[in-house]
Design a protein around this ligand. Structure first.
Ligand code: SF4
Length: 315
């Protein structure tokens, strides 16, 4: 309340009231905690858009997963956020607020040591704001998170991957593949029609990695869609020559989702095929299933989803 700051000249208070809104950029709408300790937060922007962040505690560190956009325009078919449609880019302040405002909330058990941009939105389509927020989050005066503990997740936009690679902070890169061949990826991830796998591979090969680091490849496993032996072999061929580690993510169903999670046997067979081809591969079970760990799930419960048929339309 500027008017209560009586040690500031009246004219200055009036001017401040005009140009600075002191209210936080985000309001906390809901906190959901799952038994594994993950804390998912649903925030509302000043224009009442919903965004999510998740704090995921691990044994010796905690990872904070941030959103970069309210909704997403890319419409990956397996993604709960994609089914919400796109509202707008988040500002640098709104991205930052997900981390800084959480510090004042209970339960906030652990100071995050790692940051990932795997929440709502495609961070490389809002790269200016993401890098602006990271400039502060990595600053020793604020959360002081090391650039090597930051990973940015993308579906693969070659020019933006190149731009990200120019950052002196040399962030980690995660790429969501979803499919190892263009025809299947075109269907599952419409961005592939614009930037097919060959262009993506060239951008990944050129990404400057720190010594000993690799690009993380996230591959969501969808029952009967991309989980066969031939897809595992095609994935292995696609990744040959790249320094990668593969995270297999069994699909985490959300209401209205058109896919199912494969059975454990199929998941293990897929993993083993890749391991036998000398890939580093792990199965990452989504943490916080009870609170809807897939990005966009909590927001989706509050907001009207787009008609799945509209989201899933393929040309
Ligand atoms: Fe958007 Fe990422 Fe979801 Fe694709 S996976 S729709 S890019 S938020």
């Amino acid at each position: 309340d500027w008017e209560a700051m009586t040690d500031i000249a009246k004219a200055t208070r009036a001017r401040l009231a005009e140009v600075v809104d002191p209210k936080p950029l985000l309001r906390l709408k809901e906190t959901a905690k799952s038994p594994d300790g993950s804390v998912k937060r649903l925030w509302a922007t000043k224009d009442d858009l919903l965004v999510e962040s998740v704090l995921i505690p691990e044994k010796d560190h905690a990872t904070l997963c941030l959103s970069s956009q309210a909704g997403c325009r890319l419409g990956c078919r397996f993604c709960a956020t994609g089914a919400l449609g796109f509202k707008r880019d988040l500002t640098r302040g709104e991205i930052l607020s997900q981390a800084l405002l959480a510090k004042g909330q209970e339960p906030f058990e652990a100071k995050p040591t790692n940051l990932v941009f795997m929440g709502m939105g495609e961070p490389l389509l809002n790269l200016g704001a993401v890098l602006g927020a990271l400039e502060i989050l990595t600053s020793p005066k604020h959360l002081a998170i090391s650039g090597r503990r930051v990973s940015i997740s993308t579906v693969g936009i070659p020019a933006a991957i190149q731009r990200l690679g120019q950052s002196p902070l040399n962030f980690g890169l995660t790429v969501s593949l979803g499919a190892p061949t263009n025809p299947l990826r075109d269907q599952l991830m419409p961005i592939n029609r614009e930037h097919p796998l060959e262009a993506l591979k060239a951008a990944l090969a050129a990404y400057p990695l720190r010594r000993g680091r690799r690009i993380t490849v996230a591959y969501v496993l969808l029952k009967g869609v991309n989980d066969s032996q031939s897809e595992a072999l095609a994935l292995s061929r696609y990744l040959s020559g790249l320094k990668t580690k593969i995270n297999l993510i069994p699909f985490n169903p959300w209401p209205g989702a058109p896919f199912e999670r494969p059975g454990e046997e199929a998941i293990e067979k897929f993993r083993r095929t890749l391991a036998e081809k000398n890939h580093t591969v792990i199965v990452r079970w989504s943490k916080g299933l009870e609170v809807g760990a897939a990005c966009g799930q909590l927001a989706g419960q509050k907001a009207k989803r787009r008609d799945p048929a509209e989201t899933l339309a393929t040309p």
